[in-house]
Design a protein around this ligand. Sequence first.
Ligand code: NDP
Ligand code: GDR
Length: 339
Amino acid sequence: MTKSALITGITGQDGSYLAELLLEKGYQVHGLVRRSSTFATERIEHLYEDVHDKSNLRLHYGDLTDGQAFSNLVLEIEPDEIYNLGAQSHVRVSYDQPVYTLQTVGVGALNVLEAARLLNKKKTTKVYQASSSEMYGDVLETPQKETTPFNPQSPYACAKVYAFHQTVNYRRGYDLFASNGILFNHESERRGETFVTRKITRAAGRIKVGMQDKLYLGNLDAKRDWGYAKDYVEGMWRILQHDEADDFVLATGRTESVRDFCRLVFEQLDLNYEDYVEIDPRYFRPAEVDLLLGDASKAKEKLGWEAETNLEELARIMTEHDLDLAKRESHAKSFVAGS
Ligand code: NDP
Ligand code: GDR
Protein backbone atom coordinates (compact mmCIF):
# COMPACT_ATOMS: atom_id res chain seq x y z
CA MET A 1 0.00 0.00 0.00
CA THR A 2 1.21 3.53 -0.78
CA LYS A 3 2.59 5.25 2.30
CA SER A 4 1.82 8.89 2.94
CA ALA A 5 3.88 11.57 4.64
CA LEU A 6 3.25 15.15 5.71
CA ILE A 7 6.27 17.46 5.69
CA THR A 8 6.23 20.80 7.50
CA GLY A 9 8.95 23.08 6.16
CA ILE A 10 8.73 21.46 2.71
CA THR A 11 9.81 24.72 1.03
CA GLY A 12 13.06 24.79 3.05
CA GLN A 13 16.41 23.17 2.29
CA ASP A 14 15.74 19.86 4.06
CA GLY A 15 12.06 19.72 3.18
CA SER A 16 12.83 19.89 -0.53
CA TYR A 17 15.39 17.06 -0.41
CA LEU A 18 13.14 14.95 1.81
CA ALA A 19 10.18 15.44 -0.54
CA GLU A 20 12.38 14.27 -3.43
CA LEU A 21 13.49 11.20 -1.49
CA LEU A 22 9.98 10.21 -0.40
CA LEU A 23 8.54 10.69 -3.89
CA GLU A 24 11.32 8.45 -5.26
CA LYS A 25 10.28 5.85 -2.71
CA GLY A 26 6.69 6.00 -3.96
CA TYR A 27 5.16 7.97 -1.08
CA GLN A 28 2.16 10.24 -1.39
CA VAL A 29 3.73 13.46 -0.09
CA HIS A 30 1.81 16.32 1.53
CA GLY A 31 3.55 19.59 2.31
CA LEU A 32 2.59 22.50 4.53
CA VAL A 33 3.27 25.89 2.95
CA ARG A 34 2.84 29.36 4.39
CA ARG A 35 0.82 31.80 2.42
CA SER A 36 2.92 34.77 1.31
CA SER A 37 2.54 37.52 -1.27
CA THR A 38 5.19 35.87 -3.42
CA PHE A 39 5.79 32.16 -4.05
CA ALA A 40 8.23 30.50 -1.64
CA THR A 41 8.17 27.21 -3.55
CA GLU A 42 11.34 27.66 -5.64
CA ARG A 43 13.09 24.64 -4.09
CA ILE A 44 10.20 22.27 -4.89
CA GLU A 45 8.88 23.64 -8.17
CA HIS A 46 10.65 20.92 -10.18
CA LEU A 47 8.87 18.27 -8.12
CA TYR A 48 5.50 19.87 -8.49
CA GLU A 49 5.82 20.01 -12.26
CA ASP A 50 7.16 16.47 -12.54
CA VAL A 51 4.44 14.87 -10.49
CA HIS A 52 1.62 17.24 -11.36
CA ASP A 53 -0.42 14.73 -13.30
CA LYS A 54 0.11 11.87 -10.89
CA SER A 55 -0.65 14.13 -7.92
CA ASN A 56 1.85 12.43 -5.63
CA LEU A 57 2.72 15.81 -4.17
CA ARG A 58 0.04 17.95 -2.60
CA LEU A 59 0.59 21.29 -0.94
CA HIS A 60 -1.63 22.69 1.79
CA TYR A 61 -1.68 26.18 3.22
CA GLY A 62 -0.97 26.30 6.92
CA ASP A 63 1.25 27.60 9.68
CA LEU A 64 2.76 25.71 12.59
CA THR A 65 1.47 28.31 15.01
CA ASP A 66 -2.15 27.56 13.99
CA GLY A 67 -2.61 24.30 15.89
CA GLN A 68 -6.32 23.95 15.22
CA ALA A 69 -5.93 24.12 11.45
CA PHE A 70 -2.92 21.81 11.59
CA SER A 71 -4.87 19.17 13.55
CA ASN A 72 -7.74 19.44 11.07
CA LEU A 73 -5.30 18.87 8.21
CA VAL A 74 -3.68 15.85 9.89
CA LEU A 75 -7.07 14.29 10.67
CA GLU A 76 -8.13 14.86 7.07
CA ILE A 77 -5.11 13.41 5.28
CA GLU A 78 -4.17 10.77 7.91
CA PRO A 79 -0.44 10.58 7.11
CA ASP A 80 1.57 7.50 8.08
CA GLU A 81 4.55 9.73 8.85
CA ILE A 82 4.88 13.39 9.84
CA TYR A 83 8.24 15.14 9.45
CA ASN A 84 8.30 18.36 11.45
CA LEU A 85 10.98 20.44 9.72
CA GLY A 86 9.25 23.84 9.81
CA ALA A 87 11.01 26.45 11.93
CA GLN A 88 12.38 29.95 12.23
CA SER A 89 15.74 28.25 11.83
CA HIS A 90 18.24 31.12 11.96
CA VAL A 91 20.12 31.28 15.25
CA ARG A 92 21.19 34.93 14.92
CA VAL A 93 17.65 36.01 13.98
CA SER A 94 16.26 34.20 17.03
CA TYR A 95 17.84 36.90 19.22
CA ASP A 96 15.84 39.53 17.32
CA GLN A 97 12.62 37.48 17.33
CA PRO A 98 12.75 35.30 20.46
CA VAL A 99 9.01 34.99 21.02
CA TYR A 100 8.20 34.28 17.38
CA THR A 101 11.03 31.72 17.31
CA LEU A 102 9.58 29.97 20.37
CA GLN A 103 6.12 30.02 18.78
CA THR A 104 7.23 28.32 15.55
CA VAL A 105 9.94 26.05 16.94
CA GLY A 106 8.54 25.18 20.38
CA VAL A 107 4.76 25.63 20.26
CA GLY A 108 4.82 24.57 16.59
CA ALA A 109 6.34 21.21 17.54
CA LEU A 110 3.78 20.81 20.33
CA ASN A 111 1.00 21.48 17.80
CA VAL A 112 2.42 18.72 15.59
CA LEU A 113 2.56 16.27 18.50
CA GLU A 114 -0.99 17.11 19.57
CA ALA A 115 -2.29 16.55 16.04
CA ALA A 116 -0.44 13.21 15.87
CA ARG A 117 -1.82 12.20 19.27
CA LEU A 118 -5.37 12.85 18.03
CA LEU A 119 -4.81 10.89 14.82
CA ASN A 120 -3.04 8.11 16.70
CA LYS A 121 -6.31 7.23 18.48
CA LYS A 122 -7.62 6.15 15.08
CA LYS A 123 -4.55 5.19 13.09
CA THR A 124 -0.87 4.72 13.92
CA THR A 125 1.24 7.66 12.82
CA LYS A 126 4.94 8.38 13.31
CA VAL A 127 6.51 11.76 14.05
CA TYR A 128 10.02 12.97 13.22
CA GLN A 129 11.14 16.06 15.15
CA ALA A 130 13.98 18.13 13.65
CA SER A 131 16.14 18.59 16.71
CA SER A 132 19.48 20.34 16.51
CA SER A 133 23.10 20.16 17.65
CA GLU A 134 22.57 23.80 18.77
CA MET A 135 20.88 22.27 21.84
CA TYR A 136 24.38 21.30 23.10
CA GLY A 137 25.33 24.98 23.03
CA ASP A 138 28.22 25.68 25.39
CA VAL A 139 29.21 22.04 25.16
CA LEU A 140 29.58 19.92 28.29
CA GLU A 141 31.25 17.00 26.48
CA THR A 142 33.11 16.46 23.18
CA PRO A 143 32.19 14.77 20.91
CA GLN A 144 28.48 15.25 21.52
CA LYS A 145 26.19 12.23 21.47
CA GLU A 146 22.64 11.30 22.50
CA THR A 147 23.55 11.19 26.21
CA THR A 148 25.40 14.55 26.27
CA PRO A 149 23.48 17.11 28.40
CA PHE A 150 21.98 20.11 26.62
CA ASN A 151 23.26 23.59 27.45
CA PRO A 152 21.50 25.90 24.96
CA GLN A 153 22.92 29.33 24.11
CA SER A 154 20.20 31.08 22.06
CA PRO A 155 16.41 31.56 21.95
CA TYR A 156 16.41 29.14 18.99
CA ALA A 157 18.30 26.46 20.91
CA CYS A 158 16.10 26.87 24.01
CA ALA A 159 13.00 26.41 21.84
CA LYS A 160 14.52 23.29 20.22
CA VAL A 161 15.28 21.83 23.67
CA TYR A 162 11.61 22.37 24.60
CA ALA A 163 10.49 20.60 21.41
CA PHE A 164 12.95 17.75 22.01
CA HIS A 165 11.61 17.07 25.49
CA GLN A 166 7.97 17.28 24.39
CA THR A 167 8.74 14.71 21.70
CA VAL A 168 10.16 12.33 24.32
CA ASN A 169 7.22 13.17 26.61
CA TYR A 170 4.62 12.24 23.98
CA ARG A 171 6.50 9.02 23.26
CA ARG A 172 6.44 8.02 26.92
CA GLY A 173 3.06 9.45 27.89
CA TYR A 174 0.94 8.54 24.89
CA ASP A 175 2.90 5.70 23.34
CA LEU A 176 3.28 7.81 20.19
CA PHE A 177 6.03 6.78 17.74
CA ALA A 178 7.86 10.10 18.08
CA SER A 179 11.61 10.35 17.38
CA ASN A 180 14.19 13.12 17.50
CA GLY A 181 16.93 13.44 14.92
CA ILE A 182 19.64 15.57 16.55
CA LEU A 183 21.24 16.84 13.37
CA PHE A 184 24.52 18.67 13.17
CA ASN A 185 24.88 21.41 10.52
CA HIS A 186 24.14 20.23 7.02
CA GLU A 187 24.47 22.38 3.94
CA SER A 188 23.89 22.25 0.21
CA GLU A 189 23.45 24.30 -2.92
CA ARG A 190 19.88 24.85 -1.64
CA ARG A 191 21.01 26.24 1.74
CA GLY A 192 19.50 29.61 2.67
CA GLU A 193 21.85 32.42 1.65
CA THR A 194 22.21 33.91 5.14
CA PHE A 195 23.74 30.75 6.65
CA VAL A 196 27.49 31.01 6.71
CA THR A 197 28.53 28.29 4.22
CA ARG A 198 26.16 29.48 1.50
CA LYS A 199 26.95 33.11 2.25
CA ILE A 200 30.60 32.24 1.59
CA THR A 201 30.05 30.22 -1.60
CA ARG A 202 27.63 32.82 -3.00
CA ALA A 203 30.08 35.65 -2.33
CA ALA A 204 33.11 33.73 -3.64
CA GLY A 205 31.31 33.02 -6.93
CA ARG A 206 30.30 36.66 -7.33
CA ILE A 207 33.82 37.85 -6.44
CA LYS A 208 35.28 35.49 -9.05
CA VAL A 209 33.13 36.98 -11.82
CA GLY A 210 33.74 40.56 -10.67
CA MET A 211 30.29 41.29 -9.25
CA GLN A 212 31.39 41.76 -5.62
CA ASP A 213 34.55 43.04 -3.86
CA LYS A 214 34.22 42.05 -0.22
CA LEU A 215 32.62 39.47 2.01
CA TYR A 216 31.64 40.62 5.51
CA LEU A 217 31.47 37.89 8.14
CA GLY A 218 31.30 37.56 11.94
CA ASN A 219 33.17 35.01 14.05
CA LEU A 220 35.63 33.09 11.86
CA ASP A 221 36.82 30.87 14.70
CA ALA A 222 33.54 29.04 15.39
CA LYS A 223 33.86 25.35 14.56
CA ARG A 224 31.10 23.22 13.09
CA ASP A 225 30.51 19.63 12.02
CA TRP A 226 29.26 20.21 8.47
CA GLY A 227 27.63 17.52 6.32
CA TYR A 228 25.60 17.39 3.10
CA ALA A 229 21.81 17.80 3.44
CA LYS A 230 21.05 15.03 0.93
CA ASP A 231 22.79 12.48 3.17
CA TYR A 232 20.89 13.74 6.21
CA VAL A 233 17.34 13.43 4.82
CA GLU A 234 18.08 9.74 4.20
CA GLY A 235 18.91 9.55 7.92
CA MET A 236 15.59 11.23 8.84
CA TRP A 237 13.70 8.61 6.86
CA ARG A 238 15.66 5.75 8.44
CA ILE A 239 14.89 7.11 11.92
CA LEU A 240 11.17 6.64 11.25
CA GLN A 241 11.69 3.16 9.70
CA HIS A 242 13.50 1.90 12.82
CA ASP A 243 11.54 -0.68 14.80
CA GLU A 244 11.16 1.62 17.80
CA ALA A 245 10.97 5.35 18.38
CA ASP A 246 14.27 6.75 19.65
CA ASP A 247 16.65 9.72 19.45
CA PHE A 248 19.64 9.77 17.10
CA VAL A 249 22.58 12.07 16.41
CA LEU A 250 23.43 12.53 12.71
CA ALA A 251 26.86 14.07 12.13
CA THR A 252 30.09 13.58 10.16
CA GLY A 253 32.47 13.33 13.14
CA ARG A 254 34.73 16.08 11.81
CA THR A 255 34.82 19.72 12.84
CA GLU A 256 36.36 22.71 11.03
CA SER A 257 36.27 26.47 11.54
CA VAL A 258 34.41 29.05 9.47
CA ARG A 259 37.88 30.32 8.49
CA ASP A 260 38.81 26.84 7.19
CA PHE A 261 35.63 26.71 5.13
CA CYS A 262 36.45 30.13 3.64
CA ARG A 263 39.97 28.99 2.77
CA LEU A 264 38.66 25.84 1.11
CA VAL A 265 36.08 27.64 -1.02
CA PHE A 266 38.30 30.52 -2.15
CA GLU A 267 41.18 28.13 -2.94
CA GLN A 268 38.87 26.17 -5.23
CA LEU A 269 38.48 29.39 -7.23
CA ASP A 270 42.25 30.17 -7.12
CA LEU A 271 41.60 33.07 -4.73
CA ASN A 272 42.96 33.90 -1.28
CA TYR A 273 40.09 34.52 1.20
CA GLU A 274 42.28 36.95 3.19
CA ASP A 275 42.13 39.42 0.29
CA TYR A 276 38.32 39.62 0.43
CA VAL A 277 36.95 38.68 3.86
CA GLU A 278 36.38 41.43 6.43
CA ILE A 279 34.87 41.24 9.89
CA ASP A 280 31.63 43.04 10.64
CA PRO A 281 30.64 42.84 14.33
CA ARG A 282 26.97 42.99 13.37
CA TYR A 283 27.25 39.27 12.60
CA PHE A 284 28.52 38.42 16.10
CA ARG A 285 25.98 36.76 18.37
CA PRO A 286 25.22 37.73 21.98
CA ALA A 287 26.38 34.20 22.91
CA GLU A 288 28.35 32.01 20.52
CA VAL A 289 28.51 28.24 20.19
CA ASP A 290 32.26 27.79 19.79
CA LEU A 291 32.55 24.15 18.82
CA LEU A 292 30.27 21.35 17.69
CA LEU A 293 31.45 17.85 16.89
CA GLY A 294 29.02 14.95 16.66
CA ASP A 295 29.36 11.26 17.38
CA ALA A 296 26.87 9.42 15.14
CA SER A 297 27.91 5.89 16.12
CA LYS A 298 24.42 5.02 17.42
CA ALA A 299 22.90 5.90 14.02
CA LYS A 300 25.59 3.84 12.30
CA GLU A 301 24.99 0.82 14.50
CA LYS A 302 21.16 0.89 14.62
CA LEU A 303 20.21 2.51 11.32
CA GLY A 304 23.21 1.70 9.14
CA TRP A 305 23.47 5.45 8.47
CA GLU A 306 26.73 7.31 7.82
CA ALA A 307 27.51 10.71 6.29
CA GLU A 308 28.86 10.00 2.80
CA THR A 309 29.98 13.42 1.60
CA ASN A 310 33.12 14.94 3.09
CA LEU A 311 33.73 18.66 3.58
CA GLU A 312 35.95 19.07 0.50
CA GLU A 313 33.27 17.47 -1.68
CA LEU A 314 30.52 19.57 -0.06
CA ALA A 315 32.51 22.76 -0.63
CA ARG A 316 33.15 21.74 -4.24
CA ILE A 317 29.44 21.06 -4.94
CA MET A 318 28.38 24.39 -3.43
CA THR A 319 31.21 26.41 -4.97
CA GLU A 320 30.66 25.06 -8.49
CA HIS A 321 26.92 25.63 -8.21
CA ASP A 322 27.33 29.21 -7.01
CA LEU A 323 30.03 30.05 -9.55
CA ASP A 324 27.65 28.95 -12.28
CA LEU A 325 24.86 31.02 -10.71
CA ALA A 326 27.12 34.08 -10.54
CA LYS A 327 28.10 33.67 -14.20
CA ARG A 328 24.44 33.58 -15.19
CA GLU A 329 23.70 36.65 -13.04
CA SER A 330 26.65 38.47 -14.56
CA HIS A 331 25.55 37.51 -18.06
CA ALA A 332 21.98 38.68 -17.38
CA LYS A 333 23.30 41.97 -16.01
CA SER A 334 25.47 42.66 -19.06
CA PHE A 335 22.56 41.70 -21.32
CA VAL A 336 20.28 44.23 -19.57
CA ALA A 337 23.04 46.87 -19.60
CA GLY A 338 23.57 46.32 -23.33
CA SER A 339 19.89 46.36 -24.24
P1 NDP B 1 15.06 26.27 6.36
O1 NDP B 1 15.18 27.55 7.09
O2 NDP B 1 15.70 26.12 5.03
O3 NDP B 1 13.51 25.91 6.18
C1 NDP B 1 12.57 26.19 7.18
C2 NDP B 1 11.19 25.83 6.69
O4 NDP B 1 10.24 26.11 7.73
C3 NDP B 1 10.73 26.64 5.47
O5 NDP B 1 9.98 25.79 4.64
C4 NDP B 1 9.82 27.69 6.09
O6 NDP B 1 8.84 28.18 5.21
C5 NDP B 1 9.17 26.86 7.18
N1 NDP B 1 8.53 27.65 8.24
C6 NDP B 1 9.07 28.69 8.92
N2 NDP B 1 8.18 29.15 9.83
C7 NDP B 1 7.06 28.40 9.69
C8 NDP B 1 5.79 28.42 10.30
N3 NDP B 1 5.50 29.29 11.27
N4 NDP B 1 4.86 27.51 9.91
C9 NDP B 1 5.15 26.62 8.93
N5 NDP B 1 6.35 26.55 8.30
C10 NDP B 1 7.28 27.44 8.68
O7 NDP B 1 15.57 25.14 7.36
P2 NDP B 1 16.35 23.76 7.04
O8 NDP B 1 15.70 23.09 5.93
O9 NDP B 1 17.81 24.03 7.01
O10 NDP B 1 16.10 22.96 8.40
C11 NDP B 1 14.95 22.11 8.56
C12 NDP B 1 14.70 21.90 10.05
O11 NDP B 1 15.81 21.26 10.64
C13 NDP B 1 14.47 23.17 10.86
O12 NDP B 1 13.55 22.86 11.89
C14 NDP B 1 15.83 23.46 11.47
O13 NDP B 1 15.68 24.20 12.65
C15 NDP B 1 16.32 22.05 11.72
N6 NDP B 1 17.75 21.85 11.70
C16 NDP B 1 18.49 22.23 10.61
C17 NDP B 1 19.83 21.97 10.54
C18 NDP B 1 20.67 22.41 9.37
O14 NDP B 1 21.90 22.39 9.50
N7 NDP B 1 20.06 22.72 8.24
C19 NDP B 1 20.51 21.23 11.64
C20 NDP B 1 19.63 20.85 12.71
C21 NDP B 1 18.31 21.12 12.72
P3 NDP B 1 9.16 29.44 4.21
O15 NDP B 1 9.82 28.84 3.01
O16 NDP B 1 7.80 29.97 3.95
O17 NDP B 1 10.05 30.38 4.96
P1 GDR C 1 24.29 27.82 12.88
O1 GDR C 1 24.59 28.18 11.35
O2 GDR C 1 24.16 29.02 13.72
O3 GDR C 1 25.33 26.81 13.27
O4 GDR C 1 22.86 27.16 12.78
P2 GDR C 1 25.18 29.50 10.67
O5 GDR C 1 25.63 29.08 9.32
O6 GDR C 1 24.22 30.62 10.76
O7 GDR C 1 26.44 29.87 11.60
C1 GDR C 1 27.53 28.98 11.75
C2 GDR C 1 28.67 29.70 12.44
O8 GDR C 1 29.20 30.69 11.56
C3 GDR C 1 29.42 31.88 12.29
N1 GDR C 1 29.40 33.02 11.39
C4 GDR C 1 28.35 33.46 10.67
N2 GDR C 1 27.08 32.98 10.56
C5 GDR C 1 26.23 33.62 9.72
N3 GDR C 1 24.99 33.14 9.56
N4 GDR C 1 26.61 34.74 9.03
C6 GDR C 1 27.87 35.27 9.12
O9 GDR C 1 28.18 36.26 8.49
C7 GDR C 1 28.79 34.59 9.99
N5 GDR C 1 30.09 34.79 10.30
C8 GDR C 1 30.45 33.85 11.15
C9 GDR C 1 28.29 31.90 13.31
O10 GDR C 1 28.58 32.81 14.37
C10 GDR C 1 28.25 30.44 13.72
O11 GDR C 1 29.19 30.19 14.72
C11 GDR C 1 22.54 26.24 11.73
C12 GDR C 1 21.03 26.39 11.43
O12 GDR C 1 20.74 25.64 10.28
C13 GDR C 1 20.20 25.88 12.59
O13 GDR C 1 18.82 25.87 12.22
C14 GDR C 1 20.65 24.47 12.95
O14 GDR C 1 19.91 23.98 14.05
C15 GDR C 1 22.14 24.45 13.26
O15 GDR C 1 22.85 24.93 12.12
C16 GDR C 1 22.65 23.04 13.57
